[in-house]
Write a protein that binds this ligand. Sequence first.
Ligand SMILES: [Zn+2]
Length: 483
Amino acid sequence: MNRSLSMGACVGMILMAAVASAETVAGLPVHIQRLSPEVVRVWVGDAISSTATVAVATTKGVLVVDTTGNTVIDGELRGIIARELGRSDFKVLINTHEHGDHTGGNGAYADCDIVGHELVGAGMAAAQADKAQSLAWYATRIPELERELAAQPAGSAAMATLQEQLTVTRLNHEALASKNKPVPPTKTFSDRLTLDMGDTAVELYYIGGMHSASDIAVFLPKHGLLLTGDTMSDKWLTDTPGCLASFVARAGVRHDFPLLLENWDLLLAKKDAVKVLVPGHWNGELSRDGFAARVEYVRTLWNGVNRCATEGGDLAALQAELALPARFPALVASPGFSRENNYMTILALWTNVTGQESAADRLYALVDEGQGNEAIGAVVTERGAKPARYFFLEGQINYAGYRFLQEGKVPQAVRIMTVNRDLFPESWNVHDSLGEALLAAGDAGAATASYEKSLALNPGNASATEALARIRNGAAVPGTNVR
Ligand SMILES: [Zn+2]
């Protein structure tokens, strides 16, 4: 689809167009991009968002950054790299982070030092622990892709895309089902590390937090190359950006934001010494301005969260203050950003700074377990406590109610939405949502009262007006309007 991929629009003048030869690996087209006489970037596929491996010739041997995720493919790509660089003395493999599409092919470099952040191994082990679940996923996904493929007109672009997806999915399935064990890094670091590769210094910086727990950036001063893994991209070359699709801090992932910001600053301070920024997948680009804007964004959120937490401020008010359209209009349409990602990132930072838990998550768990009013009350009475154990967000608790509705757990939805109504009695939206749950439960009388209360608080609430009309007309059949 994108065989004549040009990276010329990127900041790098030294980039040359990728060459798609007739060469294939495992039935997938191979792309070879020269970044300099001593640096080559290779990947497979035209349509899939595959990982691009960067290989550098140094006086101490060949250095490789990331595998494509599969030892079959990576074993063949290793041969292609050797041919392109004219040497086969592979010495070091670096993993930019723990994800399988960057580490799954490590076995093809088991004779090398494998370098990564100290959390890469744990991330790989956690993925391995989910092996049974992943195998089950492949068992349904492969026939599904086969059916989709069979339904496409021969020679269509959709057919070519599906064929690539199917090829890679089958290979990854075989690799997972095999007895081959994952090959984690043999040399790890926590904050920063510089590798001496003779004529080429290789600077490694921990930049985990916005993609996975273990991301690093790799800077090669000699070549002016900054490899940023999957952490960000400000231009997508296809409409399926894959791992580059979001820029967000995820709950449950270990974050060290002071260190992240410190290391980003060190990289930004290099200014013109950074000539080209290279994301970890072939179908993304990153400009220096895009990088700087993302650093500034995270710094603003981090400072805002710390200030608010220190002053004992309100998280909901902070969410409004730091809302994407209001505070960062220039980033609204920028790749990787969304209102939801922004909201999630603020929550993750808040949890990181305050150590507080989400009341919504706790309440959801308690209601789902069928716990009594005492357990629910113990959480609710914590609201406003100092120090606070939980943070209470009306929108998050409301969302938990809709989660129950989607799961068909109507009584649980009514229960958690009732708790939310009691917590936020002045919110027209919680009354509206509760009305919906009550209607789903078949209690038209209580639903009517809830919708009427919502309308009293917000006469412009059209959804309540419509729901009341439907109830009056008898059109609102209980249990059928669950969404
Ligand atoms: Zn990734």
